[in-house]
Write a protein that binds this ligand. Structure first.
Ligand SMILES: *[C@@H]1O[C@H](CO)[C@@H](O)[C@H](O)[C@H]1NC(C)=O
Ligand SMILES: *[C@@H]1O[C@H](CO)[C@@H](O)[C@H](O)[C@H]1NC(C)=O
Ligand SMILES: [Zn+2]
Length: 584
């Protein structure tokens, strides 16, 4: 069992005797003399009378604003957005880069900037630095869990999610992402497994093969390989078994299915959708925005718009609206790769999507709340970097990010698949011209940088990102996540309820309360039916509790298999992973 490294209890369980340890303050008995008490008493009477008078006045004047009632009555939608791995610095860098590129004044900000309402504390139950699984479990269940947990608690029992509860309450439900639909964030709303790497099992649960049956009405994103049987030719499958989940989705659960841009276009921006709908547009991840071609892949904002059109249409005669989770999934990947070129375009695409969602919500005649936040920051991004011993200038250079035409990931693949890797002369020319000048827009590469690219020719992504980041004087402290608080954005009732600094679990609780959902009932149903389904220890949720307890390193090992080659190298334990979800 993974031991929490710090207390994971909520603050209301922290006793008075512990509080000085946490706050660094010693509670003192305050003695008040009688005069102070008398003054306080008189003040309390005056204040109470005042409040009564004012409230009577407002009631009589009919001035009480209806929207202050929480949750509001009537039909409601929730558009919940996750900017995976986007920290505060991502906003500064993207905003400044856009201002530079479009020659805008300094007060011309991103759309997100206009809707910031608070910040979120992101730690998980077993680490000060969360992963996306524990992060999304906080959003979906409103509870803290361990890194790697897909809507299961630290004791490996399943917790009911807002999506499942919304479905039960009559809402339509949707998930839209740019990574694999089986990746941690979307998985946490629609599946329960003990470790995020169980993506085959997540795919099965997402179409409805688990104790609750089908709960998702619409899924758009990547990750087709986890739905195709292992016998599929050309390496199109990454399943460990021969189940055809796409076929099961269609025949057993009634899904319609689209698998490419042409299929997406038949949806007519959501006006020609038959629910439930499964749209898997890439084998694994949809390419970064900077590499994405419109003719091959839909953009995040296109998928999100089609989804809310379809969901609002499907609920137009219903008393319940919809719940959708829309994720800018690959901001996180750009952070892991330390690639500022890719990241600013990912953030901009997310900003554009957020704008479209907010504008739709404000026009909709159904009350629609939009909330956007990140699960964590990725990369330890800083906007300034000291490259030499001398005291650095106070600056970084957005122009460098503008010169590049592709991400480091894309160029690394170009390099790794260059047909003349062993021909020193051809490789040299290719690196200098195609990779550095045409690809990265770097005209002044040093001989050392060319050599580093040759040395890492089959996995040059980190080297390429470093070449750009140094020139831009952008700093990174990690290829993993960091613990910094992340921003919360939103409109409507989110403003009052999520302003200020919050625990990430408050966001899940906000969605629950706004839609008046009963998560406990779902938890009970999962536990009850789950145990009935499988005699051996909730085995429908993947690796059983007994297995994990026997092998305490299992969780750490599996987490390392994500975004983890760097971490594994440093540890010097290159233990085998079930499979590598990221071929890069
Ligand atoms: C609408 O969707 C159906 C499948 O559900 C498809 O057969 C049809 O071609 C689509 N219509 C248009 C005009 O694309
Ligand atoms: C970016 O491109 C411009 C114009 O081609 C060039 O002058 C500049 O040196 C490039 N920046 C870098 C860092 O190579
Ligand atoms: Zn990540």
């Amino acid at each position: 069992m993974s031991q929490p490294i710090l207390s994971s209890r909520p603050s209301d369980e922290i006793s008075d005797s512990e509080e000085p340890l946490l706050s660094g303050r010693i509670k003192q008995q305050i003695r008040r003399d009688k005069w102070t008490q008398l003054v306080l008493f008189v003040w309390a009477v005056v204040a109470t009378v005042g409040v009564v008078v004012v409230s009577v006045f407002y009631q009589n004047a009919g001035n009480e604003p209806a929207q202050t009632k929480f949750p509001p009555s009537g039909k409601r939608n929730v558009i919940f957005m996750v900017s995976d791995g986007m920290g505060p610095t991502s906003l500064h860098v993207t905003r400044s880069w856009k201002q530079y590129t479009d020659d805008l004044p300094y007060d011309k900000t991103l759309f997100l900037d206009k809707h910031i309402i608070g910040t979120s504390r992101t730690r998980s139950s077993n680490s000060l630095v969360t992963d996306s699984a524990a992060g999304a479990t906080a959003f979906s269940c409103g509870k803290k869990s361990y890194n790697g947990a897909i809507s299961v608690l630290p004791d490996h029992s399943p917790c009911g999610t807002v999506l499942e509860a919304a479905k039960k309450a009559g809402y339509k439900t949707g998930l839209v992402v740019t990574t694999r639909i089986t990746d941690a964030t979307p998985a946490c709303f629609s599946a329960h497994v003990n470790m995020r790497s169980e993506e085959d099992r997540i795919a099965e649960q997402q179409i409805g093969d688990y104790p609750l049956g089908r709960v998702v009405d619409l899924m758009l994103g990547g990750g087709r390989c986890h739905f195709l049987p292992s016998s599929t030719p050309d390496g199109e499958s990454c399943r460990n078994d021969d189940r055809d989940i796409i076929n099961e989705a269609q025949t057993k659960f009634g899904f319609s299915y689209v698998s490419n841009r042409a299929g997406f276009d038949t949806l007519h921006k959501g006006k020609n959708v038959s629910l439930p709908l499964l749209g898997l547009f890439a084998k694994t991840d949809i390419p970064y925005e900077i590499d994405r071609k419109d003719k091959d892949y839909p953009a995040l904002w296109e998928m999100a718009e089609a989804a809310i059109t379809a969901l609002s249409d499907a609920t137009k005669d219903s008393d319940q609206g919809f719940f959708i989770m829309v994720e800018g999934s690959r901001i996180d990947h750009a952070g892991h790769a330390n690639d500022p070129v890719a990241q600013v375009r990912e953030v901009l695409a997310y900003d554009k999507t957020f704008k479209k969602m907010v504008e739709w919500a404000e026009k909709s005649d159904v009350q629609t709340v939009v909330v956007s936040t990140s699960d964590h920051e990725t990369g330890g991004l800083t906007a300034a970097r000291q490259l030499h011993a001398e005291y650095p200038d106070y600056l970084w250079y957005p122009s460098v990010l503008n010169n590049a035409t592709h991400s480091g990931e894309y160029l690394a693949t170009q390099l790794a698949t260059f047909p003349h890797l062993d021909d020193e002369k051809k490789l040299d020319r290719f690196i200098r011209k195609e990779i550095l000048v045409e690809g990265l827009g770097v005209l002044d590469a040093s001989e050392d940088e060319v050599k580093r690219l040759k040395d890492t020719k089959t996995s040059a992504s980190y080297t390429l990102s470093d070449i750009v980041s140094r020139r831009a004087q952008i700093g990174w402290t990690t290829h993993g996540h960091s613990g910094v608080d992340v921003n919360i954005y939103g409109i409507g009732p989110a403003l009052a309820k999520l302003s200020g600094n919050h625990e990430n679990t408050d966001i899940g609780k906000f969605i629950r309360d706004y839609l008046e959902l009963d998560l406990e009932a779902i938890t009970k149903e999962l536990t009850h039916k789950g145990i009935k389904n499988a005699d051996e220890d909730l085995s429908w949720m993947g690796k059983s509790l007994a297995d994990i307890t026997e092998n305490p390193n299992w969780i750490t090992n599996q987490v390392d298999c994500y975004h983890g080659e760097f971490k594994r190298e440093v540890r010097g334990v290159l233990h085998p992973c079930a499979h590598q979800p990221h071929p890069q």
